[in-house]
Design a protein around this ligand. Structure first.
Ligand code: SAM
Length: 663
């Protein structure tokens, strides 16, 4: 069993108090109410992650911090009578019941209302009453309420709730023009007819559906006409200022290359992990940067050892025969595709042709999911240069070997206290290798660099699998920090004045502080690059409206060719689509007309499709809030796109695997 009490206490300390919630009664309540009892059993281990979680009826239990923030902001007192709209799991009602006198809560899904009643009863929260019905009408019988908390986002504050608020009472509700984007608003009733509003910032809640909320077909909620005409103006501005791309291979990218200028790092994004146009356009820009601007390497969102094989291949180095296959883990289509192969073959041909060795290009992986392949790579290297140290490595890394099948289980075992962590062992191994840097690299600097990078990866991955259980923010930040550190080390390895090109998803490449990731406390490679290289980092985002994409429906599921739904009306993608240009480059850092930047400045939805695409729940699963001109220096658009062409990943016996992936 996981020790969830400790996790709960840690959650209150780090996620709640750590973010500025100070009300002692709220903190105490959060320390006591077991969130795990309010979520589906199979998700119990994630109960104290810093995130909303799915519950029954396709709804969510709110992020713990939001629950605490909302309760604190209505300034609850011990004897207060409270009304909550949107019972959901019943968790927030349980927390609230610990800080006020009585709680009335309403839920529009009968299944949820029933489940919440059972949970609250069985846990002994006897001062909570649940009603199944439309909460936008309130619960007049028990009014007036000292506090009202609405946990779903409406188009306005429902009038019946204002009427049922006591004089001096406080109400909190997410209110927004669209069903998914809201501002958190606090209303205080100062007299019979006077209400004061305060804006507490951006939030994202599920829609409040009811007679004073959104229609059930809420995704189609109509935006006010002023908003629509503004969108038309922006689309027109895009049409007037964007540089059209007629054909990827023939496109004149010289203006973009000029804007990139002397940048040290160019980050090329993608809005999906399976779109042909994104690969081909990035390859087009990459070739230009290598040919004309002396860029030294391409670093991609792939594992270090996998990319190292490609690097040997493109650099015409002797290829070591290995038992394992490169790019064989899910999602194989991300690199085993014809588009990536075209770039690899081009890099190989370029390296054969170019006479100065320093102008040859390299290919690297930035990611950290290759724990055991990297362990083997370190041991294989040490076997050849220092067999005694190889024996030490084998012994130290043995600490991790029980978890080879599923390293995520390692983190859980450590967290439960049943297993000693391996941090000291992997860190000692890295330290010992770095201490012998001079001795080892005298034999072969490239091989030492590769092995040391694998040892670094093992140390980062060991931590990654442990912090995974503390929440998404911690593990995301650790992974992006590792990728950025690797990028910096590559620049250092290639020497002063060296330059690199990064290929990763928009979510790593676009500055996280300009998106809702920043609000959650996440940073990424783009943000870290700007902090380190300032104007010398050039961030390019990519987007699409519709077409097909290679993606899976579930983790580890098979690749499918899926149809991308046309973009949401409140998104940046819709603005680009409405510009009616099929493909274009849009300069955002210092555009010809400043109005483009200004007009795009107010936050909108942006779509992100990873290796999983779930069109049926697209709005919840794939859209997030962003401020595009602060996120990227340039945005490249393809209105209609098609899926990448995967290479065969299962090889018939006796048939050599497609070169170079099988090297
Ligand atoms: N407070 C909940 C918890 O702790 O689990 C989370 C609430 S969830 C973010 C929002 C809930 O509001 C959903 O369960 C949804 O069904 C409910 N909801 C939406 N519109 C409603 C309405 N008009 N009346 C009552 N509940 C509503």
């Amino acid at each position: 069993m996981l020790d969830l009490t400790n996790e709960r206490l840690r959650m209150v300390k780090d996620q709640i108090a750590g973010r500025g919630v100070h009300n002692p009664a709220v903190l105490e309540a959060m320390r006591h109410v077991p969130r795990e009892a309010f979520i589906p059993e199979e998700l119990a281990e994630f109960a104290y992650r810093d995130t909303p979680l799915p519950i029954e009826a396709d709804q969510t239990i709110s992020q713990p911090y939001i629950v605490a923030l909302m309760i604190e902001s209505v300034e609850p007192r011990a004897g207060d009578r409270a009304l909550e709209i949107g019972t959901g799991s019943g968790y927030a009602a349980a927390v609230l019941s610990q800080v006020v006198g009585e709680v009335y809560t309403i839920e529009r899904h009968e299944q949820l209302a029933k489940l919440a009643t059972e949970r609250l009863d069985s846990l002994g929260y006897s001062n909570v009453k649940v009603l199944y019905g439309d909460g936008t009408l309130g619960w007049p019988e028990h009014s007036p309420y000292d506090v009202i908390i609405v946990t779903a986002g409406g188009p306005q504050v429902p009038k019946p709730l204002l009427q049922q608020l006591a004089i001096g009472g406080r109400l909190i509700i997410p209110v927004g023009e669209t069903s998914r984007l809201q501002r958190l608003v606090r209303v205080t009733r100062t007299s019979q007819d006077r209400f004061e509003d305060e804006d507490l910032g951006d939030v994202q809640f599920v829609p409040l559906i009811g007679s004073e909320g959104w229609d059930a077909g809420v995704a189609k909620a109509v935006r006010p006409s002023t908003q629509r005409s503004r969108s038309t103006t922006i689309a027109k501005l895009i049409r007037e200022t964007a540089e059209p791309i007629a054909d990827i291979d023939q496109a004149d990218v010289s203006s973009l290359i000029e804007r990139i200028g002397d940048s040290r790092v160019v980050l090329l994004g993608e809005a999906t992990h399976g779109t042909s146009e994104f690969y081909r356009m990035r390859a087009r820009i990459t070739k230009e940067l290598i040919l004309r601007h002396g860029f030294n390497f391409v670093a991609v969102e792939a594992d270090w050892p996998d990319a190292a094989r490609i690097n040997q291949y493109i650099r015409h180095a002797p290829v070591r025969q290995e038992q394992w296959k490169a790019f064989a883990r899910f999602p194989t289509w991300m690199w085993r595709n014809h588009e990536a192969l075209d770039l690899i073959e081009w890099l190989r041909a370029w390296n054969a042709e170019v006479s100065e060795p320093e102008r040859r290009a390299s290919f690297y992986g930035l990611d950290l999911y290759s724990l055991f392949t990297s362990i083997n790579a370190v041991i294989t290297y040490l076997n050849s240069v220092d067999p005694k140290m190889a024996a030490v490595a084998r012994q130290r890394y043995a600490c991790l070997s029980p978890w080879e099948q599923d390293p995520a289980v390692y983190g859980r075992a450590v967290l439960s206290g049943r297993y000693q962590d391996c941090e000291a062992a992997v860190v000692a191994m890295l330290r010992d290798m770095l201490n012998r840097r001079i001795e080892y690299s005298q034999r072969d600097g490239d091989r030492f660099f590769d092995a040391a990078q694998n040892a670094r990866l093992v140390a980062a991955a060991e931590r990654y699998y442990r912090v995974m259980y503390y929440g998404n923010v911690e593990s995301w930040n650790l992974r992006d920090q590792h990728m950025f550190d690797t990028l910096e080390r590559l620049l250092e390895f290639h020497g002063p004045g060296s330059k690199g090109i990064v290929w990763e998803h928009n979510s790593h490449v676009g500055d996280a502080s300009a998106t809702e990731m920043g609000t959650r406390g996440e940073h990424n490679v783009g943000q870290l690059s700007r902090a380190r290289f300032a104007e010398s980092a050039y961030l390019v985002g990519f987007g699409t409206d519709h077409g097909t994409v290679a993606a899976a429906s579930d983790w580890d599921g098979p690749m499918e060719i899926k149809r991308i739904r046309p973009s949401h009306e409140a998104s940046y993608e819709r603005l680009c689509h409405d510009s009616e240009i099929k493909a274009f480059m849009l300069h955002l850092r210092d555009p010809v007309r400043q109005a483009v930047r200004d007009e795009l400045e107010s936050a909108r939805l942006e779509r992100a499709i990873g290796v999983i695409y779930r069109p049926e729940s697209e709005l919840q699963s794939h859209y997030f809030q962003a401020c595009l001109p602060r996120q990227f220096d340039e945005y490249i658009w393809f209105d209609e796109t098609r899926a990448v062409s995967p290479l065969p990943s299962v090889v018939a016996p006796g048939v050599p695997e497609t070169y170079p992936f099988g090297v």
